[in-house]
Design a protein around this ligand. Structure first.
Ligand SMILES: [Zn+2]
Ligand SMILES: [Zn+2]
Length: 357
């Protein structure tokens, strides 16, 4: 049976994306794949970069057209022949998707370190993703969520897992002084996790009054806007000195430079934003300060499972990250909203929005 399938696709190596009617393939599922009916899919910063055709996304050019979207939750509708019980997936299960597909063949993959894979492919960037009604993905990338978890909340699992991994890399302790730069979904989630774990957190934005207000509503008490003073001044005011950890989630290269300046000797800066430009670092200060920069990208299975668990236990609090809910046919409006600073997480619904008729 061939079904119609509205999809948001990157069709051209240029700004924008297109809503197109595709058809769900009538070829049989590959043996290791599952077919998912997408219930809810979040717009991510990397979707925005791909949409805007920012530097760093040229790798997509030979792969176009590609259906974008990688933060999705859906229902398993079909299983490939070789999908066995070890992932405990069954038709009807509600799942989320870890979008990274490691190559399985390189040194890192052979060593059981898929995060180090140099040939990994991302669902929704290298191959078709979740801004559509039906998507086929490797079963190995699916994680079941508890029955009854709202699909939009479940769709937060992927970005939350990214934030948890960034926070893990920062290795802070209870009482650590942590500055989080960038109050978007990843920065806010990382700040929320750090606060939950007992760190002293300052969340910083730039012309970000609305998102910082939302952060306060989620329990991040200390927030600062760089339109009202420098980072160094805000950090001094909040902590009376430099900080132990900086988590950068802005994608603005200058924020890495600024973050290093407020970091204490032997402190760690975790860079989690995707940067389209370069930054310059005062290497003498960096070396004499014995500082570290760690790149955080993607996530780990542990962090992903923790994200699902947190959403199960604290879905009401974390659900506040969702600022807009739109049908997939309004995806372009969603992208416009997401490019501004008033939206937090925007969820697109390929099929129907629950509660709406
Ligand atoms: Zn993402
Ligand atoms: Zn590999």
């Amino acid at each position: 049976m061939i079904m119609s399938n509205l999809a948001l696709r990157k069709t051209e190596p240029a700004f924008g994306a297109d809503l197109v009617e595709t058809s769900v393939s009538d070829r049989s599922l590959a043996s290791d794949e599952v077919e998912i009916e997408v219930l809810a899919a979040g717009i991510c910063g990397s979707d925005l970069h791909a949409f805007a055709w920012d530097k760093g996304y040229e790798f997509m050019r030979p792969l176009l057209p590609v259906t974008i979207g990688h933060e999705f939750c859906g229902t398993v509708r079909g299983l490939g022949d070789a999908v066995t019980d070890d992932r405990s997936l069954a038709v009807g299960d509600q799942v989320v998707c870890w979008p990274t597909v490691p190559c399985g063949a390189c040194w890192a993959c052979q060593e059981g370190e898929p995060l180090g894979c140099e040939a990994r492919r991302i669902i929704g960037l290298h191959r078709d993703g979740g801004f559509c009604a039906r998507v086929r993905v490797p079963a190995a990338n699916c994680l079941a969520v508890p029955p009854g978890m709202p699909p939009d909340v479940a769709a937060l699992a992927e970005p939350l897992a990214i934030a948890i991994h960034a926070a893990d890399l920062a290795e802070f302790k209870a009482g650590s002084r942590v500055v989080v730069l960038g109050p978007g979904p990843i920065g806010l989630a990382a700040a929320w996790i750090a606060a939950q774990e007992g760190a002293r957190v300052l969340l910083v934005g730039l012309d970000d009054s609305q998102r910082l207000k939302l952060a306060r509503g989620m329990g991040i008490e200390d927030v600062a806007d760089l339109s009202e003073g420098s980072l160094a001044d805000h950090v001094q005011e909040a902590f009376g000195g430099k900080v132990d950890r900086v988590i950068e989630a802005t994608g603005a290269p200058a924020s890495v430079e600024d973050g290093l300046l407020v970091l204490r000797p032997r402190g760690v800066l975790v860079a989690a934003g995707i940067h389209s430009g370069q930054c310059s670092i005062d290497l003498a200060d960096f070396v004499r300060g014995k500082k570290q920069i760690r790149g955080a990208h993607d996530t780990t299975e542990r962090a992903f499972r923790r994200a699902i668990d947190l959403l199960d236990r604290q879905g009401d609090a974390l659900g506040r990250l969702i600022s807009h809910r739109l049908p997939l046919r309004d995806a372009l409006r969603g992208f416009e909203l997401a490019r501004g600073k008033t939206a937090m997480k925007i969820i697109l619904y390929p099929n129907e929005i629950p509660g709406e008729t």
